[in-house]
Design a protein around this ligand. Sequence first.
Ligand SMILES: Cc1ncc(COP(=O)(O)O)c(C=O)c1O
Length: 400
Amino acid sequence: MKTLTPQFKQQLSEFAPSQNSPFFVYDLDALQQHIASLQNDQIKLWFAVKANPLSRVIQTLDQEGMNFDVASLGELEQVLAQGVSPERILNTGPAKSKSQIKHFLERGVNTYVVESINQLALLNQLASEVDFTPQVLLRVQLRFDGDASNPLGGNNLTPFGLGIAEWSQLTLNHYRAIDVVGLHIFQWGNMLDPQQLISLWQQMVPPLVSLAQQLDFELKVLDLGGGLGIPYARGENSLDWSMLVTALTEIKQQANVNELWLELGRFAVGEYGHYLTPVVDRKTSYQQQMLVLEGGINHLLRPAITDQPFPVQLLRTSAEPAQSFHIHGPLCTSLDKLGVLDLPQDVTVDDVLIFSQCGAYGFTEAMPFFLCHALPSEVVYQAGKFEVVRPAQPASSYLF
Ligand SMILES: Cc1ncc(COP(=O)(O)O)c(C=O)c1O
């Protein structure tokens, strides 16, 4: 897990009072270095924009040669607004309406992951009205041995793509306005065990190669989606990227494809964001120590979905021994809990806490409207300076 350097923490403690309310901060210098270290000549990397659509994050990734996987009209326009050309944009997602596909085609997007027969027919029909032939990957759901429990569905039935049996019914000759070049598969999220991840990837190859043969198209592209994890708890290890690249290079040969793609979300940006929020109250109830924070799952939803906390520390320095605190946000639901975590025992009202590993699935995944609290600000740190990209906004900015 990345630790905050004492220097960065010091700079943060000088900057934080200027915000005086919860905020996210993204370390773009470190993010840029990380993305540069991921680039290699074997795997084409796409950034799953849903993980963090902030303009400056997209610009940083763009500078390092990332391509962009967008799953909505909003994500598409946000990426285009940063000057990314449509050839570097891929469209995934199970809900592609006719008007959305039409808009994407009009904007020049020519790569689509198709998730149903209806989507394929619609894209084919609309593609016949433009002067290019979109390339298409069919999204496949497989069944694997082992535990199925995973936010991305694992072995469970999900709306993401179709099973082999359903895709096999297809006659590709009927879809002449599109070019089916590959297959896409992605069923597991936040994987931290490299052997398990590699083994899942390896198991995918034979059924996918055989589906392409059955459908009689040349499998040029294999897209293995995202799912690469980052550690959230002490003791969890980070994935070894070079080990994954070696395994993926073999998989690429085994599948005999020209291109192997990954769409990285969490692994690309997760470790480069932090969330800071003041403590509003401290109390003891039934002998348990409790903190109530200004921001909770209204800004940072993941702990409520996964029951897994983000790592936390106190912004100021304290030499007091640590003790365990139940940490809650401001909403009127017991779901608004950021975890039971250790902090110095002198933590008090108006102290600021820093939650780390919050660069992915933070601001835009939260439920900010419940109870009409303010939206948090978003700040970037670049070339040694903090800059507020999105100022905090009161509830009056979104209430009508
Ligand atoms: C199609 C697709 N690709 C990539 C990702 C990114 O996943 P991760 O953040 O696990 O890398 C997602 C996340 O939901 C997704 O839906």
